[in-house]
Structure formats: C-alpha cells, structure tokens
Design a protein around this ligand. Structure first.
Ligand SMILES: Cc1ncc(COP(=O)(O)O)c(C=O)c1O
Length: 381
C-alpha cells in the first residue's frame, strides 16, 4: 500500500506564472538595436501579451519607449486605455459592429480588413465630429485577412474623399519569414512596396508602412520599412536571435503531497503508470485546466535543481512526479514546470514538441486562472 508523507495545509494558489519584466526590457532593447532609430516598434500584446499579462507587460514597455501596441480584441485596447496608456493602439483585425464607436471615442487605430468598413467608420466618426485613424491591411500573399491590391486601387477615389477617416498606415503580414530558403517574404515585401507607392502617390500622403513580425525583424532590414511588429521576440523567442533574447516566463507550482508506492503499483487515471521500482511520488496542484496539457505527460520538470518526469496522466488540476531520485525533496518544495531553475531549464520548445504544437500555443494556453507575479530585478531567466 502507498505511504503518505504529508500535505501542505494551505492550498491557496500554489501555482503561478512568474514574469521577469527586467528580461522583457532587455529583450526590447535587443530588438531596438536591430532596427534603425527612425523605424518605429509596435509591440504585439494580443492574447493577454501571449499569456504574460497585458497591462503590466504594456506598462513596462511604455517605460522603455515603445511606439505603440497591436491587439486583436477591443477589450484589450480598452484595458490598455483604462490603465492610462496613451500610446497608439492598433486593432489589428479591425472591429466588430459595436466596436466602431469605442474606437472613435478611445482614439484607437483601426486595422481595416474590408473596405466596406470605411463608410461605417466615416459615419460614426462624423457623428462625433472626430477623426478616426486607420491602417489598411493589404493581402500580399498570406491570403487570410486583408484587401487585395486591385480591390484597394479601385476604391482609392472613394478613400480620398473620406473626411473623418484618417488613413495613416498600410500593413501586411508575412507568411513564413522564418524560412530563409523560401524567398516568399521578400516577394511579399516587393509587392507590398509597389502597392504602398501607388497608394501614397494617389493619396499624395506619406503613410506608415509595416510588415515584419519577430522573424521578419531578424531576417532582413529590408522588411523593417517604417515600423516593425514583434510579438514573440519580446517574450524571449526568435529563431535568428541566437542567445540574445531571454524567455521571460516561469511556470511554477509546489509539492503538496509525497507518497511512496511499491513496485507494480499503478498511479492515477487509467492506471497509465505502473511503478517498475519502489517509487516516490510528488503530487503537484497544476493540470490541464491551468494550461499544462495532457500531452506534456512524460516531460521533465525541475525540483530542487533536478529534472524529474511527469508520470501517469496529467489531470485537470493535478499531476504526479517521480521524485525517487531526489531524496531530499519535501512537501512545499517549488516545482518549475517551464523556465529556468538553477542550472536546469524546461524549454517551451520541449513542451511544444511533446504536444505537436508551437511555442506560441504553449504560452497562450496557460490559463488566466493562474496569478501572474511580476519581477523587476535585472536577473536573467
Ligand atoms: C498582424 C500581426 N503582426 C505581428 C504579429 C507578431 O508576430 P510574432 O509573434 O511572430 O512576432 C502577429 C502575431 O501573430 C500578428 O497577428
């Protein structure tokens, strides 16, 4: 039979996400060093700043002189405004019906993906005697959102008559900037440049032209244009950045119970794990409802500077570790499930590989129910 060693009396919120704002600032500095001083940097903070927490991340970036923010949801833009951020905010996927009014009132930039929206924006802004800033999204080959060039050219005579819609920018999106063997990013850039020249000359106005995400930023200065839009690189990841960037997130929990099972005993749902030796188990109160996927079973996490495996099934709110080889481990010990601890690291790429997904999905899947704790000191993770 299993022998229980004890459990923490206080469950509280034992799991949390630690975010190093110091590392975030350093990452921003690395990105700024890649671009010319005349190129603007719009920080992409959609999806709750890729799971790191929208407002604290944005506030830290404002202090470091970022030029604006890119979000998807109107709620995110409003949360930034409510927190006192006055920098330009671009709604990169436009707004749904009820959003036009809010965009005008809160001085948000609307990323227009359908030219039909311009007439609505004109009407809403006129009713308030305001002007609304717009960046038009051009489809240069991603073939997702955005207006094809020919359609845009056909509408330019209408666009130039708008009085309350202020066309400030043109943007597009790269389909595979990280693949150096594929010249498609450069083809997109050339096409986008031609479209921009035609639009600027027709409107007789200089616009802010932007195309590059994190991979585009590191791929070639030719892709930088007037502004870059990095997201993932701010949070510590970009293929071509070498070791210049530092992941800013650590996912942490604690051991709440330790027990020993004999050889041959099973652990957890489906009796998926059968002990091949007398095994010491640590029960950790974090699970797939927190964003630690069932697909991460078998991966290692860190206890007292040692890597130990997650065994059996990952449950909704709990998982189990084999800590047999860490004899000094005790109830209450910290467990690092993502990030660095001592000399060990659990990389986001290990988890992504296990789940057959990307590091973007690993980060953005971490549940909002876990508190985000922010660290300012200049330590690197
Ligand atoms: C329009 C747009 N620009 C920029 C980015 C930032 O991309 P990344 O995180 O790869 O830098 C995104 C994110 O998907 C996006 O949707």
């Amino acid at each position: 039979m299993a022998v229980t060693e004890g459990y923490t009396r206080q469950f509280g919120h034992p799991s949390s996400v630690a975010v190093s704002l110091a590392a975030l600032r350093q990452n921003l500095a690395v990105l700024k060093a890649q671009i010319s001083s005349s190129t603007k940097l719009l920080a992409v903070v959609k999806a709750d700043a890729y799971g790191h927490g929208l407002v604290p991340v944005a506030e830290a970036l404002v202090q470091e002189g970022v030029d604006g923010f890119g979000v998807i949801r109107l709620e995110a833009a409003l949360a930034l405004r409510q927190s006192g951020i006055t920098k330009p905010i671009l709604l990169m996927r436009g707004v749904a019906d009820q959003g036009y009014e809010a965009a005008v009132v809160h001085d948000l930039l609307v990323g227009v993906i359908d030219l039909g929206e311009l007439a609505v924006l004109e009407r809403v802004a006129a009713a308030r005697s305001r002007r609304v800033g717009v960046h038009l999204k051009v489809d240069t080959g991603m073939h997702r959102l955005g207006v094809p060039a020919l359609e845009l050219f056909k509408q330019l005579h209408r666009i130039e008559r708008l009085k309350h819609v202020d066309i400030q920018g043109l943007f597009s999106q790269l389909a595979n900037a990280d693949n150096l063997r594929d010249p498609f990013a450069m083809t997109q850039q050339q096409h986008f440049t031609e479209v921009c020249q035609a639009v600027e000359s027709h409107l007789n106005k200089r616009l802010i032209k932007h195309l590059a995400n994190s991979d585009g930023l590191f791929r070639s200065p030719q892709l930088h244009m007037d502004m870059v839009r990095p997201g993932i690189a701010l949070y510590g990841y970009a293929k071509r950045a070498g070791d210049q960037l530092h992941p800013i997130m650590q996912l942490k929990s604690n051991i709440v119970q330790i027990k020993r099972v004999a050889k041959g005993e099973s652990v957890g749902y489906d009796r998926h794990f059968i002990a091949e030796r007398p095994t010491t188990l640590a029960i950790v109160p974090i699970g797939y409802a927190d964003g630690f996927s069932r697909a991460y079973a078998g991966q290692c996490v860190i206890v007292r500077g040692n890597k130990v495996p997650v065994i059996g099934r990952v449950c909704m709110d709990l998982l189990t570790l084999d800590i047999t080889d860490v004899s000094e481990a005790a109830v209450g010990d910290e467990v690092v499930l993502l990030g660095r601890s001592g000399k060990q690291t659990v990389s986001v790429f290990d988890l992504a590989r296990a789940a057959g997904t990307t590091h973007y999905e690993v980060l953005t899947s971490i549940s909002p129910r876990l508190p985000r704790l922010y660290h300012q000191p200049a330590e690197k993770q």
